[in-house]
Ligand binder design. Structure first.
Ligand code: FES
Length: 107
């Protein structure tokens, strides 16, 4: 089938088998390797992407189900600072590891 969808705000048109898992299309055809195949299916969530702003396991979604859809991967989030900001705020601030901090306080 000819798959046409938007991936990270870019229109993509690809010839794919209708049942090819979305994770395979993203990783092998579009070189978007941020989503991973972390299990044999439906267990780990490492393949999670947004399809029309709904999180889905890309290993469980056949290509035919994203025809005309808006797909966003983690790579797409990095190009949109507003969407990534809440995630960045929750990350720990860079600094020495706790063991190094404890050593500084003891000396
Ligand atoms: S690869 Fe584990 S849920 Fe999709």
């Amino acid at each position: 089938m000819k798959l046409s969808c938007r991936v990270n705000a870019k229109t993509e048109v690809l010839e794919v088998d209708a049942l090819t898992p979305l994770i395979e299309v993203l990783r092998e055809r579009l070189a978007l390797i941020g989503a991973h195949q972390g299990c044999t299916g439906d267990n780990c969530g490492a393949c999670t992407v947004l399809v029309n702003d709904v999180p889905v396991y890309a290993c469980q979604v056949p290509a035919c189900q994203v025809q005309g859809a808006d797909v966003r991967t983690v790579e797409g989030l990095t190009s949109d600072p507003e969407r990534l900001a809440p995630c960045r705020k929750r990350l720990p601030r860079p600094g020495p590891p706790p063991a190094a901090s404890a050593r500084q306080e003891c000396s």
